[in-house]
Unconditional design. Structure first.
Length: 336
């Protein structure tokens, strides 16, 4: 699996570190349009799979049955920062399906958003599973399990029908069969799926432009609703000062986008019917926004105004503890 240099980290005039990786750009038919490194690079989808995993919750009628709104659907696609609006939205989903917080099996960790962490400490409180960055996804899985009248305590296990449905949906959207997808366990306890980058990109092309492919009417409608949720409620996808949120907000419906752990980033381009997948080989996230923006710019997908608004995520300035400028993180990816 060939990788190429896609980012550099400088200190003074010297390139101190490099990040290698791969990029794939495809259309809704799965045709490769552009790439850097090996577009068949096999890695885990991680949290970039969340918009795809939300499809069964919407497509089945479960979200409509329980009266979930667009904000709640957006949270299912997100890796949120554990801010008050996020935890209250996750709690709202659970309330609508008649379950308590104890049913969430994602585990608890401190909020990613520092003021939320500080607020918990000030009150002498410990974080709950609501603060987990994946609580929206898990609430969505519980919604589907509740709707299908399946067992709730073990919904996260690979053999559970809910997880089998998630696997099947990811495979269908990527143009694969389930047997072609290696599985592991994600940080939140549910299965995570291994796909070639070009197949991740294909899934994003299909969810962002469902009218361009052979999806069922129910799935097309689900994809359109998920796209609307993510683009109208970008805060639910990430949070304050998060790249996912700022990219979605800046591009105002032109893109759907989602980060994944270990250096994965996926973008769907509805108007073009394109999907984009990025992988930083060493899993480091520090250059991922810069690389993603460079890819979008090379594809002609950002206006001058959009690039200006997102410039803080582009060529990142590095400072030391005194505040002195000492280097930068810059993308050097080149699409072919």
């Amino acid at each position: 699996m060939e990788t190429v240099k896609i980012a550099e980290v400088t200190r003074g005039n010297l390139v101190e570190s490099i990040h290698r990786g791969a990029v794939a750009v495809v259309n809704t038919k799965g045709k490769l349009l552009a790439s850097a490194g090996d577009p068949g690079y096999l890695t885990y989808f991680r949290s970039a799979a969340k918009p795809i995993q939300a499809i069964p919750v919407v497509e089945s009628g479960a979200s409509r049955h329980f009266g979930l709104n667009l904000q709640e659907i957006a949270l299912m696609t997100g890796s949120h920062s554990g801010e008050a609006q996020h935890t209250e939205t996750a709690r709202s989903i659970l309330r609508k399906i008649g379950l308590g917080v104890e049913y969430l099996q994602c585990g608890a960790h401190d909020p990613l958003y520092k003021p939320s962490r500080d607020a918990l400490l000030a009150q002498g409180l410990k974080p709950s599973s609501l603060h987990n960055t994946c609580s929206g996804k898990h609430a969505g899985m519980l919604t589907l399990a509740r709707y299908r009248e399946l067992s709730l305590e073990d919904y996260f296990r690979p053999e559970h029908p809910i997880q089998q449905e998630m696997l099947k949906t990811v495979a269908e959207m990527a143009g694969l069969v389930t047997e072609q997808i290696p599985a592991g366990i994600d940080g939140c306890g549910v299965p995570v799926f291994g796909l070639p980058l070009e197949k991740m990109a294909s899934a994003y092309a299909r969810i962002s432009a469902p009218g361009d492919n052979d999806l069922t009417v129910a799935r097309k409608e689900a994809c359109l609703l998920i796209k609307e949720a993510m683009t109208t409620h970008p805060f639910m996808v990430g949070g304050t000062d998060r790249f996912d949120t700022d990219l979605l907000k800046t591009c105002q419906g032109k893109l759907i986008a989602k980060f994944g752990a270990e250096g994965v980033y996926c973008v769907g381009v509805p108007e073009k019917g394109w999907g984009i997948a990025v992988k930083v080989e060493d899993g480091n996230l520090r250059a991922l926004p810069s690389i993603t923006l460079a890819v979008l710019e090379q594809l002609g997908l950002l206006t001058v105004e959009e690039k200006e608004k997102l410039s803080g995520y582009g060529q990142r300035r590095l400072t030391n503890h005194r505040g002195d400028l000492i280097g930068e993180i810059r993308a050097v990816v080149s699409l072919k």
